[in-house]
Design a binder for this molecule. Structure first.
Ligand code: SF4
Length: 373
């Protein structure tokens, strides 16, 4: 990230990593940190899977992963890839044939641990298929499925065991002259995951895929992921992220973006700053924010909006946002534009008015961007 001379306390110095391609999406180096999710439909149900991929992509997913546990799934993958707006990662566990079939079906990346698929000949065959089909590979180390010999050596899943596992897999790829790989080192325990990722970041220059695995439901998993991933991203580690929630994949994408947006690492859509509300609120802030979130979901242009219940914090927050509304008295409040007090608006017309302002600004900015290209 470039140095910000005005606000150096906002700088995050990203770890320098190699860049690889996942289809047409760069991962690592100076590429934006990408957001991933994974489908939970049956892969053989092409229609449902494509629909889910499209919804996730619509919410901003840059890359989507799909499980391909059997031959019928890798067969379905071909059609899914053809209809997907984003690169697809095929998730393979032990069967090397599935990896070859997925590469042939057009997967942009294979999530596979080369040490788990059998002898050197099989690894070489998978690497050959990946090379032939411009497929990258993600090594996915998981504290819950470490190799037996490492568990025996270390006694339990620990950062040293996880990093050793990752480096062993890396070596197998490098021995086959394959370098288009990224790596993850996930655990459901935030301390274990963070320590493993920190060690891994020192031990390799490969792009790092971050995740706290099996993080939990929407609220608990979001908090856990924000703490685990936030800590690593803040220290500059991480080139692509997946938030794992027992929830709709679209929610994973939204949470992923919110984590990146909170750290200023990625911008997308409208970021709403709103107060927690109290007896001073001049309008129903919670309901208004809920409605605005839905009505502004389609906006991709980065923009900020403050929705604040009263003048205690409203004008101050509005100073730092593109648009703002602060509750006043007598059923009306103040609209702020680019940090400045602009005009009064009644509470009952405010939502439509704000939506119009944001949509108008988004259209202007998009037109200017197109003209510049
Ligand atoms: Fe209460 Fe006003 Fe603070 Fe909102 S901004 S929580 S309404 S004091």
């Amino acid at each position: 990230m470039s140095h910000n001379p005005i606000r150096p306390w906002r700088d995050i110095a990203r770890r320098t990593s190699r860049q690889i391609m996942v289809g047409n999406v760069p991962v690592g180096g100076d590429a934006p940190i990408t957001v991933q999710t994974m489908t939970n439909t049956l892969t053989t149900d092409v229609k449902a899977t494509v629909e889910q991929v499209q919804r996730a992509a619509g919410a901003g997913a840059d890359i989507v992963r799909i499980s391909t546990p059997d031959e019928a799934s890798t067969r379905a993958l071909r059609q899914i890839v053809a209809e997907s707006p984003v690169p697809i990662v095929a998730d393979i566990h032990f069967h090397y044939r599935r990896a070859i079939e997925a590469a042939e079906a057009g997967a942009a990346c294979l999530r596979i641990n080369p040490g788990n698929i059998g002898d050197a000949k099989r690894v070489a065959e998978v690497v050959r298929a990946a090379k032939d089909h411009n497929c990258s590979i993600r090594i996915g180390v998981n504290a819950g499925s470490l190799e037996r010999h490492l568990l025996e050596k270390y006694g339990e899943p620990c950062p040293d065991a996880m990093v050793e596992s990752g480096l062993d897999h890396i070596k197998l790829l490098q021995d086959n002259d394959f370098h288009e790989f990224k790596i993850s080192c996930k655990a459901s325990d935030v301390f274990l995951a963070a320590a493993a990722y920190q060690q891994l970041a020192e031990a390799t220059d490969a792009p790092i895929h971050l995740g706290i695995t099996e993080a939990g439901g929407l609220v608990a998993g979001t908090v856990k992921s924000a703490i685990g991933l936030g800590n690593l991203l803040w220290s500059g580690i991480g080139d692509t992220i997946r938030v794992s929630l027992s929830a709709d994949p679209v929610e994973e994408v939204k949470v992923g973006y919110e984590i990146l947006k909170s750290l200023g690492l990625r911008t997308r859509g409208v970021q709403i700053i709103s107060c927690p509300t109290c007896a001073r609120q001049g309008f129903d802030v919670i309901k208004t924010v809920e409605t605005l979130e839905k009505r502004l979901e389609h906006i991709k242009t980065p923009m900020s909006l403050s929705i604040i219940g009263c003048v205690v914090n409203g004008p101050g927050e509005a100073l730092m946002t593109d648009f703002g509304f602060t509750g006043g008295g007598a059923g009306a409040g103040m609209v702020y534009v680019a940090g400045r007090q602009s005009h009064k608006m009644t509470n009952d017309q405010m939502i439509d008015h704000i939506v119009e302002l944001v949509e108008g600004r988004a259209a202007e900015l998009e037109a200017a961007k197109e003209a510049a290209e």
